[in-house]
Design a protein around this ligand. Sequence first.
Ligand code: ADP
Length: 392
Amino acid sequence: MDTLLLVLNAGSSSVKFAAYGDGLEEICSGQAEGLLTAPRFQARRQGCEAESHTIPATGHDAAIAFLASWLRGAFPGTGLSAVGHRVVHGGDPAPGPSLVTDDLLVRLQALIPQMPLHLPHNLAPIHILRRLLPGLPQVACFDTSFHRTMPRVEQLFAIPRALIAEGVRRYGFHGLSYQYVARRLCEVAPEVAGRRVVIAHLGSGASMCAVEGGRSVATTMGFTGLDGLPMGTRPGAIDPGILLYLMEAKGLDARAMEDFLYRRSGLLGLSGGISNDMRELLASDAPEAAEAVDFFVHRCCREIGSLTAALHGLDALVFTAGIGERSAAIRAAICRGLDWLGVELDDAANAANAATISRPESRVAVLVVPTDENRVIAEDTRSLVQGKERAP
Ligand code: ADP
């Protein structure tokens, strides 16, 4: 192995990473977390025990420097060929994976007011690596790119046109996950991959995407990652009148509203503070926990109905991400709510987290496809960097 291709997914207090060898085989992965308080570095090399270290200083700079030096120590004589970054938003119109240039950074920087909670953190390691390793090719892969194919009617909100022209429209997110699952579907279920599919990305952030012919035609998240399904701490779609009420009657300002929408609502809020974690809610005897789970399932069924209308029918439903890949109970409850669509679950296959969990006679195929956003970023980064090398 001569070089490593590194993939980074940076958030406010963590940086997740994976590194790939010359044949794009994953050779290690891990994360630096607690970056603002007590930074720890955890990594697992293929075939080795997991390791954990204290990072000597707080902040993204220290974490990236620690990762670079850990990689040098773990794989001596191996240099970085390129770095691919997960970036939540690429602007309007959404670009595909893009080589990081001064121009791109200026455009992304201008989007920060639209994505203040995610974008600055996604961009932090790009800036740090430009300083640490100038000349290293870096590629930005956007969560919005996959949804570029949505028809205009799916991208609109019924608001004054001047705002739409400014870029206030539905972008959709989790696109790297949908891209991976849509590609994987061609291998695991070619008979449905090109047909009308709803992919349910159910993690602590949750959304769904209607896919036809492998392309996004509708999705539940919107201008930000707040719309659509209820999530760990976000409410999903709510009556915007509630926000007016909170401003007028309770005096909430923008910061307090952000806290309400991103950190205090969703499963955590509805369960009365029991948990934002689906596993803990499922294990709890409290009626509030049961109600939060029931609400989540109900909203999933409603959104699948809506996406089925956008697709004019449904041939396959695919579950992915933490809850979608691992919770047989939630999948079963959602499938029960879809009996009107002709969904018939194979209970034993579902309990075993099998790849296909519907019965052969089910009118809608139901599948479980584990997602891997890092692989999409690695593949897109390599294609872009190799393409650049080949270009005259
Ligand atoms: P993120 O959006 O942070 O990447 P994940 O895709 O890892 O999140 O999903 C996290 C969610 O998956 C949490 O709510 C967690 O409780 C849930 N989860 C993971 N395993 C299970 C399980 N076996 N049963 C139910 N929920 C699970």
